[in-house]
Design a protein around this ligand. Structure first.
Ligand SMILES: [Fe+2]
Ligand SMILES: [Fe+2]
Length: 292
């Protein structure tokens, strides 16, 4: 790991903190034509049924799905904070890794507060994670070794980065949400740099089997994120007819869109350390619809 580079990241975090309290224009209420989630990231856009929705239903779909994205992401980050706390106990307190993780924890906790406030501002009612998500989330967080958990975290951070970029480029997005994504992208950008440099050390030493396992950890983390926010209840909330049928179509539609729009950076990252091989490539194609 490049110590100088990590020290530079720690310095920026200390000297130029972005405080959600002042960085985000919380006083602004949404305007009539503000949207919450770029249409292209909603689960129904691209299907014929999307064109039959009223403008209000489309906005509401974006609002509910965005709330679900934020809540799911916050939950994942909080789990990762649990791991970081345990991991820091094993590190020398004067080392750069320890110091960086302290900064990361501070920022992640600020993000948690920001996410909770954003959900309240949107009048959101997040749906709880499924039992399966809860089980795998807690189990892997507690029992997987550190390198695997860092692999998982960077893959989730890369997905959020993509979401943030779409949201920031979308001209009519509600300014509170735009600034929330701005703040998050800037700070997560540093976490990604740090984690990637840490992982390059791990990956350089990894043989075929370990790279295969790393690749699967990333794949499952991505699947985990992708399946956390397409929810049947949301279609009921926006009063579409046949929510079960719509849910089935939405899952398929979203799988395909997600593969097209959200996986490029992750695929590049996995390629960097030769994570695609005969044992992994078929699973990436089959489970994620990735073009690898
Ligand atoms: Fe975060
Ligand atoms: Fe992070």
């Amino acid at each position: 790991m490049n110590v100088k580079e990590i020290e530079r990241l720690i310095k920026i975090s200390r000297e130029r903190p972005l405080m959600p309290e002042t960085y985000i224009p919380w006083q602004l209420e949404p305007e009539a034509d503000d949207i919450f989630l770029p249409e292209t990231l909603t689960s129904l856009q691209g299907l014929d049924i999307y064109e039959t929705l009223t403008p209000t239903q489309k906005t509401e779909l974006g609002r509910h799905e965005l709330v679900q994205v934020i809540a799911s992401y916050g939950w994942g980050e909080l789990l990762f904070c649990l791991f970081m706390t345990r991991h820091m106990l094993t590190l020398p307190p004067d080392g750069v890794e320890h110091q960086f993780l302290i900064r990361e924890m501070i920022e992640e906790l600020r993000h948690q507060e920001m996410f909770a406030q954003a959900i309240a501002k949107l009048g959101g009612k997040p749906l709880p994670q499924s039992r399966m998500h809860k089980f795998f989330g807690h189990f892997s967080n507690k029992y997987l070794p550190a390198d695997y958990l860092f692999m998982g975290s960077v893959s989730v951070e890369l997905v959020t980065d993509v979401y943030g970029n779409y949201a920031r480029r979308s001209p009519d997005i509600y300014p509170v949400i735009k600034k929330m994504f701005d703040l998050h992208n800037i700070e997560e950008g540093r976490h990604i740099l740090f984690t990637k440099s840490l992982l390059n050390d791990y990956a350089a030493k990894a043989g075929y089997i370990k790279r295969t396992l790393y690749s699967y950890v990333i794949l499952f983390n991505i699947l985990f994120v992708r399946t956390m926010y397409v929810k049947r209840e949301i279609y009921e909330r926006i009063s579409v007819a046949n929510p079960d049928e719509v849910y089935r179509m939405a899952r398929k539609n979203f799988k395909q869109k997600f593969a097209e729009k959200c996986l490029d950076d992750i695929i590049d990252f996995v390629k960097e350390w030769r994570g695609f091989n005969r044992l992994t490539r078929f699973a990436w194609r089959w489970v994620l619809g990735a073009k690898v």
